[in-house]
Design a protein around this ligand. Structure first.
Ligand code: SF4
Ligand code: SF4
Length: 370
């Protein structure tokens, strides 16, 4: 695997322009040979919502990638597993279903007959199409992530895990470090073969589902997931060493041994870096004594950023209740559309915020109440 990361400026979603950039990025990155290959394209579809909200990979990026693959002799399949994954799901609102219709590409439902895959620590269910294709192409979106700070190449691989088993991983890996280690384990077991990040429009603030659109103006490509994440998080204004997934991957030396090995191709990195991008506040996760105190004295947990429910905006759809891996949320039996949080049970995985389509779950510090 090479260490090349290619960045190209791209201001808008013009199909022809995006196609030309993809072709250039792919060749610069020495992407794998495509002739007669079966390729699974996996966009980032956290929730099926309109492209303007910047929750999912933009349909024009998906279309340009498909057309590039087809014109190079590949047979393409597209699939993903969003947070709310029901049988028969299709990404209609995001515009991706329409793209599939236009390009004649089938949508693959990952929840159909998933297979077991062995990880370092235990097994996981994974989409069985991954066994039937030659190559997997991952298309992450340039976004913040409340738990792991920034969602990139490493995080997007989680979408290969179907349905609720994704949220279950939060119950098994209950803090940022542990969840990040799991993500690296997963990527070690199944590494997509090429990554293209849609950073034309990204999401700042409370990502990956509740933030606000941000014009980052870049497309970023690599065959190397950690190299891509280092460059993308730098462009977002993070210190890439602060991201636990970067740190853990580098310490294992799986895809890259040090930052110096990275081979960058693109405009001066400082000229595309976005210091005004609203990042997730980075907090140390390794302070053992603070963790011990928080476990002993529950009121200290209120100092953490946590889900805070906006009862006026809540529609009572119950998606947050269904996804919560800790059963930490319930509906008030008396007040209508009034979600109650059991703070003692909550592990701050923020899945509830990810799935709420009504902006009714903010992530903030709130010292009083639930
Ligand atoms: S908080 Fe959001 S996800 Fe939960 S019930 Fe209300 S509207 Fe639905
Ligand atoms: S309440 Fe939200 S943040 Fe807390 S455990 Fe449940 S899904 Fe995770």
């Amino acid at each position: 695997m090479n260490n090349i990361v290619t960045v190209r400026r791209c201001k808008g979603y013009d199909l022809e322009e995006v196609y030309i950039h993809i072709s250039d990025i792919y060749n610069t990155c020495n992407g794998p040979d495509l002739k007669n290959k079966k390729v699974l394209v996996k966009p980032n579809i956290l929730l099926d919502d309109v492209p303007e909200k910047c929750i999912s990979t933009h349909p024009v990026v998906v279309e340009a990638m498909i057309r590039f693959l087809q014109s190079n002799g590949a047979t393409v399949f597209v699939g993903d597993s969003p947070s709310i994954h029901f049988r028969g799901f299709k990404p209609n609102r995001s515009g991706i279903a329409k793209v599939l219709e236009m390009t004649g590409v089938p949508w693959i439902d990952f929840s159909r007959k998933p297979m077991d895959m062995e990880l370092k620590n235990g097994n996981i269910r994974i989409a069985s199409i991954t066994r039937d294709v030659d190559l997997i192409f991952s298309l992450p979106k340039f976004k913040n992530h409340e738990l792991v700070y920034f969602t990139g190449a490493i995080k997007n691989t989680l979408g290969l895990v179907p349905g609720f088993s994704k949220a279950k991983q939060h119950a098994l890996h209950q803090n940022r470090e542990s969840f990040s280690r799991f993500l690296i384990d997963l990527n070690e077991a199944i590494t997509p073969h090429f990554f293209l990040m849609d950073g034309i429009m990204g999401m700042e603030g409370s990502g990956p589902g509740q933030g606000t659109p941000f014009a980052a103006g870049v497309l970023i490509g690599s065959v190397n997931p950690v190299a891509l994440d280092i460059v993308a998080s730098t462009i977002a204004g993070y210190n890439p060493r602060d991201l636990p997934t970067n740190r853990i991957a580098l310490s294992r030396g799986i895809w890259l041994h040090s930052y110096d090995e990275l081979n960058y191709d693109g405009p001066d990195l400082r000229s595309v870096t976005k210091p005004d991008f609203k990042r997730i506040h980075v907090t140390p996760n390794t302070n053992i004594s603070l963790k011990f105190l928080k476990n002993r004295f529950q009121f200290l947990r209120k100092l953490e950023r946590r889900p805070v429910f906006n009862h006026d905006a809540c529609t009572g759809c119950r998606e947050c209740i269904k996804i919560c891996p800790q059963n930490a949320i319930n509906m008030d039996p008396v007040r209508q559309n009034y979600v109650l949080l059991s703070d003692r049970k909550c592990i701050r995985c923020f899945c509830c915020s990810e799935v709420c389509n009504h902006n009714a779950v903010a992530i903030k510090r709130k010292l009083i109440g639930v």
